[in-house]
Design a protein around this ligand. Structure first.
Ligand SMILES: NC(=O)c1ccc[n+]([C@@H]2O[C@H](COP(=O)([O-])OP(=O)(O)OC[C@H]3O[C@@H](n4cnc5c(N)ncnc54)[C@H](O)[C@@H]3O)[C@@H](O)[C@H]2O)c1
Length: 184
């Protein structure tokens, strides 16, 4: 296999489409789907591709730093597409703490593991963090957000996502980790 790519949250709504796209479009890449399978994750989403030779699934909680470090050590990924998150605003209002663990601590665990594994050679490596437009607040009927829009999260969900964005930026700046953010 040419490259190994970790996709976190690959059993979820968006992640399952990303996994399918990569598995089918890049047969010479090894795609490893890392997902805790919370209420939001469902492997039925991936039934059509789960027997492909370039696909593996690892049931893991990104909050478990040791497990994440072990997976990085085992597979030595070239790239990470990080989608795993607690993502439902209503649930963040009834239970904010879970969002802090998964969205902030889980992201830091992945950043630390990538930093450790790539410290001697980060050439052609990439940590791709998926965020949300909700970190910029809410729009009315008009207007748009740009990369220059100030952060203004309004819910525990978007505050936790905003925190993870800041950490990704900080790791890029401080440790030169090749990390980028997409606010979809
Ligand atoms: N759906 C949207 O409209 C939307 C919009 C903007 C941004 N996003 C972002 O895109 C990403 C994916 O969103 P989605 O709608 O597919 O989410 P989703 O809730 O459908 O899926 C999240 C996935 O992450 C997994 N997961 C949750 N906690 C985990 C943990 N601790 N360890 C490992 N896996 C865990 C779940 O099992 C699930 O498979 C998220 O980061 C979200 O913030 C989503």
């Amino acid at each position: 296999m040419n490259k190994t790519i970790f996709i976190t949250g690959g059993a979820g709504f968006i992640g399952s489409h990303v996994v399918r796209l990569f598995v089918t479009k890049y047969p010479d890449y090894k795609i490893v789907n890392i997902d805790k399978l919370t209420y939001a994750g469902n492997l039925e989403n991936l039934k059509d591709i789960d027997q492909k030779p370039n696909y593996s699934f690892e049931k893991a909680d990104i909050v478990d730093a040791q497990r994440i470090n072990d997976l990085f050590e085992q597979y030595k990924p070239d790239g990470v597409i990080h989608l795993a998150a607690e993502s439902h605003v209503d649930r963040s209002i009834s239970n904010p703490t879970e969002f802090i663990y998964t969205n902030i601590v889980g992201t830091v665990n992945l950043l630390n593991a990538a930093r450790t594994i790539w410290k001697d050679n980060s050439e052609e490596k990439r940590f791709y963090h998926i965020s949300t437009d909700e970190v910029y607040g809410s729009l009315g009927d008009e207007g748009l957000f740009t990369e220059e829009t100030p952060y203004d999260p309004r819910s525990p969900y978007s505050a936790a996502k905003a925190s993870s964005d800041h950490l990704v930026r900080a790791y890029n700046h401080t440790f030169k980790l090749p990390a980028v953010i997409s606010n979809c």
